[in-house]
Write a protein that binds this ligand. Structure first.
Ligand code: ASP
Length: 407
């Protein structure tokens, strides 16, 4: 029987989903359940996968010196690429000025904005879990990562007998979780068919209104999309090539499945199991590096979101006729970075976090209503860039640690 490669299956599923969503809108429930099952499968594996992967990875890293070096490299990569992304966005939003003269008449209200306002300081505080089981239950990624790093590190600090036992236990648990992840990955094409058909069907019912909105927000969307394109197609590959001494074209091929999944799900966290599997199996990064960098990256490193926060805030400022001098633009850059770090890897997280940026330069939170209608499509694109940047980071750091990769 003809066996197509997974990414071809996904692309076919994509095309089928668009067809289904447009022409069979009323029957979308026949396929949308497959998307729900797929997302449940991904969510099922995330926590045990992260836990076993980080613990086994950190145990293999071994000592505090290596761990510290890896931590510094990872954070340096995350912060610098997010800054590059923001500056790219700032550049294009100043050139195109999409908000100047924008129509303020179609503002919608958004829930949850005021709650996000105070939450950045809390986010930092909450990294330390008070009850780790509660963190598991609530999928609080940063707390789980923090605990897992500590646990893994101190496994290397106990007597030989429990050390060997625990190391083998978590290595074994990780292998099992990877096998379950592989099983879920097999269903990616069907999952994507379900998810994308549903999204398209939801939009299709309202297609005239949508076209209208897209027309009015066209320049804003274009600014975000061009900046995302430049960052992901020029800046990141250049870093992979020059600093990582790897082949970005081979790497993007290796990443097709997680990138398409990120695009369809708008969630870095849900995509994480696929990202880990692709970075390890296809790009050849060791579990030691990927298990440390990727789960952290899925929550902390969001280049696409950082860029989007900056462009969106500037767009809103322009629409409200606020003069954005150098100082205000610097504030936007810094708060966009903080907002992207604080945003969770779930759909629309970036939209909610934008309140941090708006408040810092004195813009009304209602401004978010302006960009709400086109957030879904931009979320799909920025999430893809977020995942792409995480995977490039894993490659670069692996290379810098002297690993032989397949890309
Ligand atoms: N959906 C994005 C992600 O999961 C976050 C965002 O809303 O910008 O990476």
């Amino acid at each position: 029987m003809l066996k197509l490669k997974l990414h071809w299956q996904i692309l076919i599923a994509f095309a089928a989903a668009i067809f289904y969503g447009v022409f069979l809108t009323e029957y979308v429930h026949y396929v949308s359940w497959m998307g729900d099952v797929f997302l449940k499968g991904l969510k099922m594996v995330i926590i045990p996968l992260i836990l076993s992967s980080i613990i086994s990875g950190v145990t293999n890293i071994g000592n505090a010196e290596n761990l510290g070096r890896l931590g510094i490299k990872t954070m340096a990569y995350y912060l610098s690429t997010s800054m590059f992304a923001i500056i790219t966005g700032l550049f294009f939003v100043n050139i195109f000025q999409p908000g100047v003269g924008a129509d303020l008449g179609f503002t919608k209200s958004v829930e949850g904005l005021s709650t996000a306002k105070e939450s950045f300081g809390d986010t930092l505080m909450n990294i330390i879990p008070t009850n780790i089981f509660e963190s598991f239950a609530n999928a609080e990624m940063l707390s789980i990562i923090f605990f897992a790093i500590l646990f893994g590190f101190f496994i290397t600090r106990v007597d030989d007998k429990p050390k060997t036992f625990l190391t083998e236990l978590f290595n074994g648990a990780f292998d099992v979780m990877m096998k379950i992840t592989m099983l879920v990955i097999k269903f990616t094409p069907l999952g994507i068919l379900g998810i994308v058909a549903k999204v398209i069907a939801e939009q299709a019912g309202d297609s005239q209104a949508l076209l209208d909105i897209v027309g009015r927000l066209g320049l804003y969307m274009l600014t975000v999309l061009i900046a995302l394109f430049v960052h992901s197609v020029i800046t990141l590959p250049a870093i992979v090539k020059i600093i990582g001494r790897s082949n970005p074209v081979l790497h993007v091929k290796a990443m097709t499945t997680p990138l398409l999944t990120a695009f369809s799900t708008s969630s870095s966290s849900a995509t994480l199991p696929l990202t880990m599997s692709a970075v390890e199996e296809n790009s050849g990064v060791s579990n030691k590096i990927s298990s440390f960098t990727l789960p952290l990256g899925a929550t902390v490193n969001m280049d696409g979101t950082a860029l989007y926060e900056c462009v969106a805030a500037m767009f809103i400022a322009q629409a409200y006729g606020l003069e954005m001098g150098v100082v205000n633009q610097i504030i936007v850059v810094i708060t966009a970075l903080l907002a992207s770090i604080g945003a969770a890897g779930i759909p629309m997280a970036g939209l909610v976090m934008i309140s941090i940026v708006l408040t810092s330069v004195g813009l009304p939170l209602e401004g978010v209503g302006l960009i709400l209608s086109v957030d879904r499509i931009l979320d799909m694109c920025r999430t893809t860039v977020n995942v792409w940047s995480d995977s490039c980071g894993a490659v670069i750091i692996a290379k810098s640690e002297g690993e032989e990769l397949k890309v």
